[in-house]
Design a protein around this ligand. Structure first.
Ligand SMILES: Nc1ccn([C@@H]2O[C@H](COP(=O)(O)OP(=O)(O)OP(=O)(O)O)[C@@H](O)[C@H]2O)c(=O)n1
Ligand SMILES: C[C@](O)(CO)[C@H](O)COP(=O)(O)O
Length: 242
């Protein structure tokens, strides 16, 4: 249970979906359990959420058959006692895992962050910007960055380009995505179909979603080169004393 200086009246929780295989990263253990800077990727992600002053509860969604292993791993890594950390088994798709995580939240939580375990290096400032915007009244908030590449829509059958969206209007969105709990719960109970993030589900309810500045270091470890970059970011942080 939370037991210290954190303001539990804020009732802010983070759900960390960590049940994916990491197919695009290549063969090996489930992605969240692979090593980055000598620690499992998941431990970095949990610490990143626990660092935010408002977050007093974290629900980690483990691979379906790996909840006991994840619990043991987190217990072995001395995570802050100021944060109540629960572990539940996940489902076949990311959205199933998030839904299972939401079901494990304590009743008194009213703000929920959903954060990919695969974004282990998100800075605390980004987490807190999202929390502050939700607590300031926005029902749904995502961190986002302008794009460096031009984006095309294509016909998936022929490869023919069907359009070029105006780049200045686009943002690459990251996590944590923050929500009023009731709004997120409604989205997860009523929206189905192919949706790649939680904000996309909320958008389908007609609820406005606000973008706040994201951070380059909040990138998602998806492919092998991302792991190389993540190691380099950690090395730079060590040199800078972080
Ligand atoms: N059934 C799933 C699938 C994904 N995730 C989580 O959702 C986050 C974002 O997903 P992604 O980066 O796509 O992870 P994977 O699904 O593991 O990657 P891949 O598609 O390469 O297998 C990750 O933290 C991942 O563990 C999850 O909890 N449950
Ligand atoms: C939620 C997300 O990280 C926002 O960018 C992204 O949509 C997850 O996609 P994935 O294919 O499940 O990694």
């Amino acid at each position: 249970m939370p037991n210290s200086s954190k303001d539990t009246n804020l009732r802010t929780a983070a759900v960390i979906p960590a049940a994916g295989r990491g197919v695009r990263l290549g063969p090996g253990a489930p992605k969240a359990l692979r090593t980055l800077g000598g620690l499992p990727i998941l431990v970095h992600a949990v610490r990143a959420m626990a660092r935010a002053r408002a977050v007093s509860v974290i629900v980690v969604v483990a691979p379906p058959d790996g909840a006991a292993e994840v619990r043991a791993l987190l217990d072995a890594h001395g995570l802050p006692e100021t944060t109540d950390i629960k572990v539940v088994p996940g489902g076949p798709e990311r959205q199933d895992s998030v839904r299972l995580g939401l079901a494990a939240l304590p009743d008194d939580v009213d703000v929920v962050l959903v954060h990919d375990a695969a974004r282990p290096l998100v800075p605390v400032e980004t987490v807190e910007a999202v929390v502050d915007a939700v607590r300031g009244g926005a029902p749904a908030v995502v961190p986002g960055l302008p794009l460096a590449d031009t984006v095309k829509s294509v016909d998936p059958d022929t490869g023919a380009v069907t359009g070029t969206p105006k780049r200045s209007l686009l943002r690459a969105v990251q996590t944590p995505q923050g929500f009023d709990r009731a709004v997120l719960a409604k989205a997860h109970s009523s929206v189905s179909g192919e949706v790649t993030d939680d904000a996309g589900m909320v958008e389908q309810l007609g609820v406005p979603v606000l973008v706040v500045p994201g951070h380059e270091e909040a990138f998602k470890v998806t492919r092998p080169l991302d792991l190389v970059l993540a190691e380099a970011v950690l090395a730079r942080r060590r040199v800078n004393g972080h």
